[in-house]
Design a protein around this ligand. Structure first.
Ligand code: NAI
Ligand code: SOE
Length: 380
């Protein structure tokens, strides 16, 4: 059996979801490489040994620099705050290791560019955890557009709305530019930019009309050191054009009361339309406009049939639905396939691909700041 030793860098929310994925993947899939949960990094005060014991990591470390250089490690998996993605990735790449990194690829466009260049120069494989591509319903949407079921795509409408960030939430790293790069924008718009690029198979060529707002300007420091300034957005909205001629709107928000995790897109083409809402993640809505008008209407596809829908054959029987964590396990499977020289089940974003999403994020910030349309050609 061929194995690969994984080092996980970080042990927060994504540390838990990735630990679950690496632990589950070989039980449900037959990956060409079997991951060994070799070591996890955490800060000393987080007690990495307890995390390792709970999740099945063989070793715990408080020194990520040493860990990513260790000759025993075959894949470095990064789940730290955004501004740590670049230093960890570059150190791992310098040591010749493949890297899988959480989204957004980096806190800034400059960091993202350096990561892409380092990976190209070292010829190492890279991956970015845009996990929602691996919801079977989103994978199916990608396939339907590719098969031409929508015809020419004319409208793309995407929102990622959450409501967790009221005044009582402390000044987490997510609210500081130094750590996060941006707020709801890099956190949530990154996902819907990636998903709509993936589903349409097109690139965004222009961003215009962007608005960024920070509603809650100060928050209590988690260490009890009084109030600190919020230096990122709470909400960013923008309009865009896709390379195939479609017009698009995007909205990310953290205080959109009533929307707990509404990751939603709607795509309207000349021959049909699609709707996806993560809060009903096993379903894809499809409208076939080639049917006689008398019988046209939205149909709800339960994306749980192993014969037709990606990944689900490895999970449960029809309509025994899957959840949030399965997207990560599906992604771990595809990472292992690519590392073994095989094709992923559906396209898997690498650093270069995630850099294109980062360019769109950057274009929207420039548009909001300078109140003007921004061509993606300007954003290198
Ligand atoms: P978190 O705050 O829960 O955990 C971050 C971890 O990074 C900490 O537990 C710690 O181990 C490490 N860390 C934090 N500060 C550090 C420092 N100063 N030095 C060294 N290590 C440090 O964050 P979360 O939610 O796990 O986010 C991590 C990354 O995953 C972010 O890039 C975020 O955007 C991404 N993310 C992606 C999601 C997805 O749906 N794909 C969902 C949630 C987060
Ligand atoms: C918090 O806003 C968060 O966990 C994001 O960081 C993720 O990327 C998103 O998928 C869910 O919400």
């Amino acid at each position: 059996m061929t194995t690969i030793n994984v080092a996980l860098i970080g042990q927060g929310f994504m540390g838990r979801s990735h630990s679950n994925a690496w632990g589950q993947v070989a039980k449900f899939f037959k990956p060409p490489l079997t991951p060994v949960m070799h070591a996890v990094f955490g800060q000393a005060e987080e007690n990495p040994q307890a995390f390792a014991d709970n999740w099945g990591w063989q070793n715990a470390s408080t020194d990520w620099q040493q860990l990513v250089r260790s000759p025993e490690i075959g894949l470095v998996d990064i789940v730290t705050p955004n501004y740590m993605h670049a230093p960890v990735a570059k150190a791992a790449i310098a040591a010749g290791k493949p890297v899988s990194c959480e989204k957004p690829i980096a806190g800034s466009l400059a960091d993202a560019r350096e990561m892409v260049e380092a990976a190209k120069a070292a010829k190492v494989k890279t991956f970015v955890w845009f996990n929602y591509r691996r919801c079977p319903a989103v994978s199916l949407a990608h396939q339907l557009v590719k098969e031409g079921k929508l015809g020419t795509v004319r409208h793309v409408r995407a929102v990622y709305l959450q409501d967790w960030a009221d005044e009582n939430v402390p000044l987490l790293w997510r609210f500081e530019k130094e750590w996060a790069g941006s707020g709801a924008h890099g956190d949530l718009n990154a996902h819907i930019i990636d998903m709509t690029r993936f589903v349409t198979g097109q690139e965004i060529t222009e961003v215009t009309g962007a608005i960024a707002e920070t509603f809650i300007k100060e928050r209590t420091r988690p260490d009890g050191g009084g109030k600190g300034k919020v230096t990122v957005d709470d909400a960013v909205l923008f309009l865009a054009r896709f390379s195939g001629g479609a017009v698009a709107s995007f909205e990310a928000a953290r205080q959109a009361t009533g929307n707990q995790n509404r990751n939603y897109f709607e795509i309207n083409g000349a021959k049909g339309a699609l709707k996806f809402d993560f809060e009903r993640m096993n379903e894809l809505q499809y409208y076939d406009a080639t049917l006689p008008r008398a019988v046209q209407g939205w149909s709800t596809i339960m994306c749980t049939h192993g014969g037709d829908h990606p990944y689900v054959a490895n999970w449960w029987p029809d309509a025994h639905i899957i959840g949030y964590e399965h997207g990560f396990t599906n992604e771990a499977y595809d990472i292992l396939r690519v590392l073994a020289g095989q094709q992923p089940t559906v396209p898997l974003p690498d650093f270069e691909d995630a850099y294109q999403t980062q360019r769109v994020l950057e274009a929207a910030l420039v548009s909001a700041d300078q109140r003007r349309p921004v061509s993606l050609e300007e954003v290198k």
